[in-house]
Design a protein around this ligand. Sequence first.
Ligand SMILES: Cc1ncc(COP(=O)(O)O)c(C=O)c1O
Length: 382
Amino acid sequence: MQKAHIVVGDLLSDWTNLSFANVATTSPAAHKASMDWSAALARGGAAEFDGEAEKNGMLPLRQAAARLLSCGVEDVCVGSSATELLCSIAWAVWPNKGSNIVSTRSSFPSTVYPWSRVAESSGAEIRLANHDSNLYTNPDDILELIDENTSVVTLSHIEFSNGQRYDLEKFANAAHSVGAILVIDATQSMGMFPINAHSCGADVLVSSGYKWLRGTYGAAVGYISPSIRLNLNPGLVGFRSHADIWDLRADRMDFPQDASRFEYTTIHFGAVLGLAAAVEEICEIGIEQVWAHDLSLADAVAEGADQLGLSVVSPMSVKERSAIVSLRMPVGISSEEIAQRLQDEYSILVTSRSGFLRVSPHLDNTIDEVNSLISALEEILS
Ligand SMILES: Cc1ncc(COP(=O)(O)O)c(C=O)c1O
């Protein structure tokens, strides 16, 4: 895969972003779509973005996400952020007192907090599986927490700090066997790893747009399976929650039958259109090809680190790995300082997370860029 961009619209970039688990350098197609929309609004307000356009504003992203997830448009909704969608879903599910919610201690907080907040009000129990010093969670430890009182199993599909990936089918089967649902935060996987929404068994999948999907801030997508969505009354509601959004009457609220019942208000439609363009771009390249490309770069990071004597804390087995490679720095050297020096002295972006140096290459990156990172690390560490 060729490097996709140096020039983004009219912006020249000198950065090498090897940190898509943090923030993407926006796809040029997404940047253009978003800027075009902003320019139209600045020019003509509702004359250039009228009621009909607003009503259909989420559709391009719903269609693109449905294509990427191999599901129907009716299964997909759009929100401003992954966290917002997860909150609305947690309030909709409302696990009762006596039931429990199972997750991991190494999850990104937004995977768990919405459930903790609802549990605080409902009296449900939160159960979090522990991890080892590499932040690795044994999947069996999660499965052991599931019992006949479990109502929700909620996981980050790929853990943000070390890239550990969970087998969705395994957890869907375990959740369903006790009548629970599986809610997946796919923010660190969607756009990197191929996901078939129906066959993976998850009841809900949510992903932010500004990481592996290469959109901007301000847009996110959710998949809500047909088997549960009609029973869910969204936790966040507004004028857009009513099936006909321009039939503006406050004395009733009938949710749409499809997943768009979780869309409740206006959002940054430019971010939505941008993300739609970025997701289409991934579909055109092919998600299997993106996954293979990202893994080959992740391999190169791991091999380079090995040559420098740095240990890789990320699981590297075929079934549990991802394109996130986290490295343990030598004793006495802070990952934060290394990340800062890589940025300041080499214009290379990686992230310090949970005490590790997290490298997360994606489709815009080349093997030469990974080699530059390894050379820079060698210079800094010597
Ligand atoms: C797994 C995971 N979920 C959610 C988020 C945050 O998403 P948002 O900003 O869209 O709420 C992050 C950000 O790092 C993340 O890693």
